[in-house]
Design a protein around this ligand. Structure first.
Ligand code: NAP
Length: 183
């Protein structure tokens, strides 16, 4: 028999997209959401690692699907959201923008290429995926409406040596989160 407490925390019927779920924090989020009954889709760039995760999740009876996606590539983001739209019948309750990369280099050696690569990977991908997810989030029926969760960092609020680029992306993400919340 299910206790009131378990019911309160159930995500049965909810759908979620978690980027970068093959390891680390993203993987823990995938397993937590699926453990509470959500259907979860996740992605990363490494097909073999993803398949190994999928196999383990299947064994644990977690409802998780996977696809390869490099979130720094516009066409790949669009393909990912199209797949999510089809798999979840046009409805997404939770988007977790987790995929991100740490980049450590002294500021005077940073190049324009590394700037744009990290901006695209950590910040613009989260913004664009949020835009792409918007029509699906409007159809959310669980948890009081659609939610976007952005995985930021303390480096988005404080300065650390050699983390200038990473800090810019996470500071931008903090403002993205605040701004979208007002809309
Ligand atoms: N760990 C920390 O102490 C910490 C602290 C503060 C904030 N964070 C933030 O938390 C998030 C997760 O960090 P983590 O430590 O768990 O990282 P992690 O262990 O390196 O895992 C990152 C995940 O994202 C995927 N990923 C990386 N680049 C990607 C891309 N371009 N497209 C798609 N997937 C990509 C990775 O798989 P592939 O490499 O195979 O693609 C992996 O699944 C990041 O946004 C990070 O900035 C972490």
């Amino acid at each position: 028999m299910t206790s009131g407490r378990e019911k309160r925390w159930s995500l049965a019927g909810a759908t979620a997209l978690v980027t970068g779920g093959s390891k680390g924090i993203g993987r823990a989020i995938v397993e937590e959401l699926a453990g509470f009954g959500a259907r979860v889709h996740t992605c990363s760039r490494n097909a073999a690692e993803l398949e190994e995760c999928r196999r383990q999740w299947e064994e644990e009876e977690l409802a998780v699907t996977v696809s390869v996606c490099d979130v720094s590539v516009r066409a790949a983001r669009e393909k990912l959201m199209e797949m999510v739209r089809e798999s979840f019948d046009g409805k997404l309750d939770i988007l977790v923008n987790n995929a991100g990369q740490l980049f450590s280099k002294v500021a005077r050696e940073l190049t324009e290429n590394s700037y744009w690569h990290l901006m695209e990977t950590n910040l613009w991908s989260s913004f664009h995926l949020s835009q792409l997810a918007h029509p699906l989030l409007l159809n959310a029926s669980i948890c009081g409406g659609g939610s976007i969760i952005n995985i930021s960092s303390i480096a988005g609020s404080l300065g650390f040596p050699c983390f200038t680029l990473y800090s810019i992306t996470k500071g931008g993400m903090n403002q993205l989160t605040r701004s979208l919340a007002t809309e």
